[in-house]
Ligand binder design. Structure first.
Ligand SMILES: NC(=O)c1ccc[n+]([C@@H]2O[C@H](COP(=O)([O-])OP(=O)(O)OC[C@H]3O[C@@H](n4cnc5c(N)ncnc54)[C@H](O)[C@@H]3O)[C@@H](O)[C@H]2O)c1
Length: 295
């Protein structure tokens, strides 16, 4: 069993939903938790709930899309608790919903800045500190099953979540000789407020389009699915179980294996086609790039 007690976790998007549940679950196992979130009033509510549960914590109001906010968060967390042993890059928004012609630049940018760059900046700020103290750490990036296969009319969200999966795979290889364990969490639907993400859309990403009927239909279906999703606390227990097992991919919805099975089968078929192709018959076998620098 992992002994989490006395260690410190920084959890972005920790004021609500999955992030708050993980903060509570890890706090109950003795971790100090830093909840970092853009939603000030809810952050205060979450901090009070952690106090009531006897969890040692710090609340930091910040925007993951701003590098300087991450640097401030790292500083405040370190000043309060010393070494940081876990980063849960959880903050995310369901922006990036729209069709090829209808998702506007601002929607793309908001989604990329929060869902992707928010994770990059978090890792930039905290992984060097984890390497420096060398006590053993976890880096957990929250993606989605949407990152494991395409979702129509959600190209922006899907793209950022696929990027988080790929980036985590790259970082796991990069860090495999360190004692920083890397995971990517890919849930399907969880009962949270993710479908109400626009509540946190900063004014610098003005909404310039009126959603058409196709988008409204997708939004309605995903709202219903989120409302029928699994409880965040169930997901948190599954995360602990997966960390105990040292899993790289953390899944919470076993039925969704059909998505990755279909994708793998389709890719395998395409490789067979390339292997039987005269056009590339003379392409030399060479070590794959995935092993670069990993010895
Ligand atoms: N709920 C689901 O069905 C589901 C499924 C797959 C993946 N996810 C992912 O789980 C993560 C957590 O989402 P959730 O479902 O708990 O939703 P949520 O809306 O309940 O929580 C998201 C949290 O992120 C915060 N946040 C938003 N923008 C931020 C910013 N710029 N800076 C800092 N904090 C910000 C919000 O204030 C909120 O506290 C997200 O990355 C989401 O994409 C959720």
């Amino acid at each position: 069993m992992i002994d989490f007690s006395g260690k410190t976790a920084v959890i972005s998007g920790g004021a609500n939903g999955i992030g708050f549940s993980l903060a509570k679950t890890l706090g109950e196992r003795g971790m100090n938790v830093v909840i970092a979130d853009i939603e000030g009033p809810q952050l205060a509510v979450a901090a009070q709930a952690l106090s009531d549960a006897g969890v040692s914590h710090l609340a930091v109001e910040m925007d993951v899309a701003l590098r300087e906010d991450w640097e401030r968060t790292a500083k405040e967390a370190t000043e309060k608790f010393g070494n940081i042993h876990m980063l849960v890059n959880n903050a995310g928004v369901s922006g990036g919903v729209g069709g090829i012609e209808t998702l506007d630049d601002e929607g793309w940018r908001w989604c990329i800045d929060v869902n992707l760059m928010g994770i990059v900046y978090g890792a930039n700020a905290l992984v060097p500190l984890m390497k420096e103290h060398g006590e053993g750490s976890w880096l957990i990036n929250v993606a989605s099953m949407a990152g494991m296969g395409g979702v129509p009319f959600a190209g922006g969200y899907t793209a950022t979540k696929a990027a988080v999966v790929a980036m985590t795979e790259a970082w796991a290889l990069e860090l495999h000789n360190s004692n920083i364990h890397v995971s990517v969490l890919a849930p399907a639907f969880v009962k949270t407020k993710i479908h109400l993400s626009h509540r946190n859309r900063p004014a610098r990403y003005p909404m310039k389009i009126t959603p058409g009927p196709d988008i409204m239909q997708v939004a309605k279906a995903s709202t219903a699915s989120v409302e029928n999703g699994i409880p965040a606390d169930q997901l948190s227990e599954r995360v602990i179980e997966a960390l105990e097992a040292g899993e790289l991919y953390i899944f919470t919805h076993p039925r969704y294996k059909s998505v990755t099975d279909a994708r793998s089968a389709s890719i395998a078929k395409a490789f067979d086609s390339a292997a039987n192709s005269d056009v590339v018959a003379d392409v030399a076998e060479e070590p794959t790039m995935n092993s670069w620098g990993s010895d």
